[in-house]
Write a protein that binds this ligand. Structure first.
Ligand code: AMP
Length: 278
């Protein structure tokens, strides 16, 4: 596995792969890798000859007071994990390599960035769109894999590549969960022992909601039930619990088309998100 830290080296390595006719798969991450991330690498491998992963904790997508400084950084372990799943290149740039002095361009998406997490994380998705555009331009992959764990992000990136005519196929990967149902996340490392025991209740609640909806339960009543359920289980607060169209992300009041339930909650100072297909 090649470990690359500069854009120049990355471009040179990619050029050779392309000259050799290799199909390139790309998996961008912020590191602190878990099995969810590794499942994306494995999926990329199924669609491509060579797999490039990136690890970059993007400062611009963290708002004021968010967890940029304390975000877990486990580079040595990450490199080992990536090499064990047959990654070909890992790109580990420093912040100044990505945002040299004078950087002043932003990719802004004007639809579906103000809902769900966007309503609580000002400018987050524009910063995500900007870094993903830059990384796609650097890696020039044929396919790129993103997790359904961050479903709104996946949706926005699909729109981004469509609108900007970036020639890459975006592939969504299913959510990987711990045995107790908690969606794997680098942020789970923040949870205290007590909070870690409460956290799986998110998926328990989502699964019950899904089952009740499938059995004809009324959406409005069930959403109220879901929010109360989370509060009673000990979550500090609920940012949102919403049912939306899986394709357009429009709010829905009836489950009469492919839909998902989206949730974001706080457990102490840790914000967790999850979603489920109905
Ligand atoms: P992150 O490092 O959190 O930015 O995530 C990098 C990629 O991994 C994103 O496409 C995420 O959606 C994806 N990802 C994170 N957690 C999971 C999970 N539990 N299952 C599947 N994909 C995930």
């Amino acid at each position: 596995m090649q470990i690359i830290r500069t854009k120049k080296e990355l471009r040179d390595a990619i050029k050779i792969l392309r000259q050799n006719g290799k199909k390139i798969g790309f998996v961008p991450t912020m590191g602190a890798l878990h099995k969810g991330h590794l499942s994306l690498i494995e999926l990329a491998r199924k669609h491509a000859d060579k797999v490039v992963a990136s690890i970059f904790v993007n400062p611009l997508q963290f708002g004021k007071g968010e967890d940029f400084d304390r975000y877990p950084r486990t580079e040595k372990e990450d490199i080992l994990k990536l090499s064990q799943v047959d990654t070909d290149i890992v790109f580990l740039p420093e912040v100044k390599e990505i945002y040299p002095e004078g950087f002043c361009t932003e990719v802004r998406i004007t639809k579906n960035t103000e809902i769900l997490c966007g309503a609580f994380r000002n400018g987050h998705f524009d910063a995500v769109a900007t870094i993903i555009t830059k990384l796609l331009m650097m890696v020039l992959p044929d396919i790129a894999v993103f997790g359904e764990k961050d479903y709104q992000q996946l949706h926005i990136i699909r729109k981004l590549v469509l609108d900007l005519d970036i020639p890459v196929e975006i592939i969504g990967a299913p959510i990987m969960r711990e045995v107790d149902g908690l969606a794997m996340s680098s942020r789970n490392a923040y949870l205290s022992e007590t909070d870690r025991k409460i956290a799986p209740e998110i998926f328990q609640m989502l699964s019950m909601l899904r089952d009740r909806l499938r059995n004809g339960g009324k959406l409005g009543n069930l959403m109220d039930w879901g929010i109360n359920c989370l509060k009673n289980k000990g979550f500090t607060s609920v940012d949102y619990l919403e049912a939306r169209d899986s394709v357009t992300l429009e709010l829905i009041s009836d489950i009469n088309r492919p839909a998902r339930i989206f949730v974001a909650v706080w457990l102490g100072k840790t914000r967790l998100i999850d979603n489920i297909e109905i």
